[in-house]
Design a protein around this ligand. Structure first.
Ligand SMILES: NC(=O)c1ccc[n+]([C@@H]2O[C@H](COP(=O)([O-])OP(=O)(O)OC[C@H]3O[C@@H](n4cnc5c(N)ncnc54)[C@H](O)[C@@H]3O)[C@@H](O)[C@H]2O)c1
Length: 313
């Protein structure tokens, strides 16, 4: 039976992906490797997973987890752009050294393919959107640089050792199970729930591409099933400014519960405008991020409300 290792499987994308794999009744057995810094096995479905607590910076731990697997979905990472500016060394260790370990362990265990989570906007920097796979990368923060280095090693391992490596460049993912995330949608909803004001860095005109996590996870599985290699943008393909996002979120939450919005100085290293062109993924594996922003925000808000309702006081 096919066996897939998911690194970072306890995190936001990983826990949604594993649920989708279980719900789709897919045949592969799932192994999870996670160091539990940003995720917990409590967020995983009770579905007979083979769980390893361990760090991707520890080659032995990766090698033990990967034994017998034919596919790796590599999601574990240090994911915060602003923190990567404050501590580029940690970001390098986890995202570059850690990914290198995953590739080494994969090569030595005879793993057929590695699908790694990468990023669109952060790799390409401040360029005229829509961003696409043909653009020259110019990362604006260490996080983007680390993902670019990881993609580089992926490409080299594919060419040197005959492995199939796919880099899926996610845009801004939002959705249920994002309660540990500091990204815009999760952070703003948490501020509303706690009755705190929302701080927007800059004037809110910055543009992002918000993709609903269920659409993204379907895309990851479609890419695996289609056996594609190389780099692919996975986003909604739609530009949304932070100000537009706030209007939609306020509508979903209701004006009576909505928080005050404050505007603060722009942050260094933040890309002003990014959204992606998803033509390549559409053509290669029918990627179809069909969930409209308002529906995705509604599902996310309902999930956050349920969490608060079920949290013991
Ligand atoms: N969420 C987004 O909007 C977004 C956008 C672009 C790219 N990505 C990429 O997608 C992937 C998944 O993102 P996410 O939002 O689920 O992040 P997340 O932080 O929710 O999950 C990452 C998981 O990896 C684990 N982890 C972190 N460091 C580890 C290490 N050294 N060893 C083992 N496990 C470790 C964490 O405990 C966590 O469970 C990441 O590679 C991220 O860079 C995410």
């Amino acid at each position: 039976m096919s066996k897939t290792l998911i690194t970072g499987g306890c995190g936001f994308v990983g826990s949604n992906l594993i649920r989708q794999i279980v719900e789709q009744g897919r045949a592969e057995r799932i192994v999870v490797l996670d160091n539990e810094t940003m995720g917990s096995p409590r967020d995983l479905p009770d579905a007979g997973l083979d769980y390893h607590k361990g760090d991707i910076c520890d080659l032995d731990a990766v090698s033990r987890a990967v034994a017998g697997c034919d596919t790796i979905i590599h999601l574990a990472a240090n994911t915060r752009v602003i923190e990567s500016i404050e501590d580029p060394t940690l970001n390098f260790e986890v995202n570059v050294r850690g990914t290198f370990n995953v590739l080494l362990a994969a090569r030595d265990a005879g793993v057929r393919r590695v699908v790694m989570a990468s990023t669109g906007g952060a790799i390409l920097g401040d360029v005229e959107p829509p961003v696409h796979e043909g653009m020259v990368p110019q990362p604006a923060a260490p996080y983007g640089a680390s993902k670019l280095a990881a993609e580089g090693y992926g490409s080299a391992f594919a060419a040197s050792y005959g492995m199939q490596v796919t880099a899926l460049r996610f845009s801004n993912v939002y959705g249920p199970r994002s309660y540990r995330k500091g990204s815009a949608v999760a952070h703003f909803f948490k501020q509303v729930l706690d009755g705190n004001p929302i701080t927007v860095y800059g004037d809110g005109s910055q543009v992002r591409d918000f993709v609903f996590v269920a659409d993204l996870c379907r895309g990851i599985l479609q890419a695996i099933d289609a056996n594609v290699s190389g780099a692919f943008q996975l986003g909604s393909g739609q530009p949304t400014s932070i100000n537009e996002l706030l209007v939609e979120m306020k509508r979903v939450v209701g004006a009576n519960r909505w928080s005050e919005v404050h505007f603060a100085d722009w942050r260094a290293g933040e890309v002003r405008q990014t959204y992606c062109d998803i033509t390549k993924a559409r053509q290669a594996f029918d990627f179809d991020p069909a969930t409209p922003l308002e529906k995705g925000l509604e599902a996310t808000w309902q999930w956050f409300l349920q969490q608060t309702a079920s949290t013991p006081t």
